[in-house]
Design a protein around this ligand. Structure first.
Ligand SMILES: *Cc1c(COP(=O)(O)O)cnc(C)c1O
Length: 420
């Protein structure tokens, strides 16, 4: 080896050492973070207890209808599985008079029975707390979805794509739900008539090329109903592809059956976006549900909501995004929580979201980096938020900032040579 090679190797080794120091704090924090995978034995033990108390067989447990029918919906039943104090119990009962709640036995098994519930990202997302009843803050519909509804079930806010809301039902009623005004006491799948009217609107609107089927949760519909709707959409020549937004593979992973996957396979091109908000939600079960969907040829994305006390820290969000890739889910969006009444305690500053983005670019795979989005009020659209990497934009030069914070001038010029 000649000396110049030797010294360039030394420079590279030194640089590698510096690079490692860039993620040392994350590695130390990550080692201490509880995750669904690390806790799998505890979760299994809790599941055994839940099955015993509810008198469920293994087949029952794996049956999504059983999971829906046996959702925990009252504080007395909840208290059989996790320790709640009298205030927590009273809060649950008070909230229940105003907002619906329901937790699948599976999702319940992710909650540590003892311990500080207000520090538990699963408890906070699943179990009502008194903070939902704080009055005078938040709006029922900050997005004014009501005024973007040109046909039954449809929300249209963009030129070429729209949403169909197929039901108000979900596998679980998340405490941070941003569509909570639609979640009544009664499950209301849309009538076939309304869905047909939505399909007809799309048929008659040739500029629509992308339809997002959402709710509520579309996976609460039967396979037959979903098959019918996707089939109707397949028949619209100007629709280029379809998407489904669902959280059931996370909250009630038993819903993802071989039959469902066989049916979905017939409707490509089809994309699915999920909602994982915590590394505690990435478990053996959700890994399996995602793998089954991915094996059916469906690209999976994730839309997290930035939630105070759940994932509002750069290292936690990075952990989630990295673990998602290991279960074949590509981080897509992080949403800043809207000002929805009853969910105001989950809100964070915008700063936290930007800080999270700052700690992702460069520090992790580009594939692990979602886009941080503010939904502009009154339905004015998704607006991306980034830390500043473009420091200034001159006529001949731009000034940029690298992920490590170096400020560099870079030419802003067209080619000086070219074909005449
Ligand atoms: C979020 C959303 C979409 C999809 O937006 P993408 O950025 O394309 O993922 C479409 N329509 C409405 C009304 C939406 O809120």
């Amino acid at each position: 080896m000649d000396t110049s090679k030797k010294s360039s190797r030394q420079v590279s080794l030194k640089r590698a050492g510096v690079l490692k120091t860039r993620i040392d704090p994350y590695l130390a924090a990550s080692a201490k973070l509880p995750t669904g995978m690390k806790l799998k034995d505890e979760i299994k033990a809790r599941q055994a207890k839940i099955k015993e108390v509810l008198g469920a067989s293994e087949d029952d447990w794996n049956d999504w209808h059983w999971q829906i029918e046996n959702r925990i919906v009252d504080s007395d039943t909840l208290a059989k599985f996790i320790t709640i104090n009298s205030k927590q119990k009273q809060d649950i009962d008070d909230v229940a008079k105003k907002f619906r709640w329901a937790i699948s036995p599976y999702f319940l098994s992710l909650i540590e029975p003892e311990g500080d519930h207000y520090k538990n990202p699963i408890y906070l997302q699943a179990v009502p707390t008194g903070l939902e009843l704080v009055e005078g803050i938040g709006s029922p519909d900050p997005m004014a979805e009501e005024f973007t509804n040109p046909a039954p079930c449809i929300t249209r806010r963009y030129p070429d794509r729209l949403i169909i809301n197929v039901t108000n039902q979900c596998g679980m009623y998340c405490r941070h739900c941003q569509r909570r005004r639609n979640i009544g006491e009664i499950d209301k799948p849309q009538s076939k008539e309304n869905l047909q009217a939505a399909v007809d609107y799309i048929k008659n609107t040739p500029e629509i090329r992308d339809v997002l089927v959402t709710g509520g949760d579309p996976f609460t519909l039967s396979d037959e109903m979903l098959d019918w709707l996707l089939g109707e959409l397949d028949n619209i020549p100007h629709l280029e592809f379809k998407r489904i937004g669902t959280r059931m593979p996370v909250t009630l992973p038993q819903r993802v059956t071989p039959e469902l996957c066989e049916m979905l396979k017939k409707h490509h091109p089809l994309f699915i976006n999920l909602q994982f908000n915590s590394q505690m939600e990435i478990t053996e079960e959700t890994k399996k549900s995602c793998e089954m969907l991915a094996n059916a040829g469906i690209p999976l994305g994730n839309q997290s909501v930035l939630l105070r006390g759940v994932n509002d820290h750069p290292y936690i969000m990075k952990k989630i995004c990295q673990e998602l890739l290991t279960i074949r889910v590509r981080p897509y969006y992080i949403f800043h929580a809207k000002g929805v009444v009853g969910t105001m305690h989950f809100r964070t500053s915008v700063d936290i979201g930007i800080e999270i983005m700052e700690h992702l670019r460069g520090y992790t795979s580009g594939l692990a980096i979602p886009t941080f989005i503010i939904n502009a009020p009154e339905g004015r659209g998704k607006t991306p938020m980034l830390p500043e990497y473009l420091i200034s934009q001159g006529r001949d030069t731009v000034t940029i900032r690298t992920w490590e914070g170096q400020i560099i001038k870079y030419p802003n010029k067209d080619a000086e040579v070219g074909f005449e």
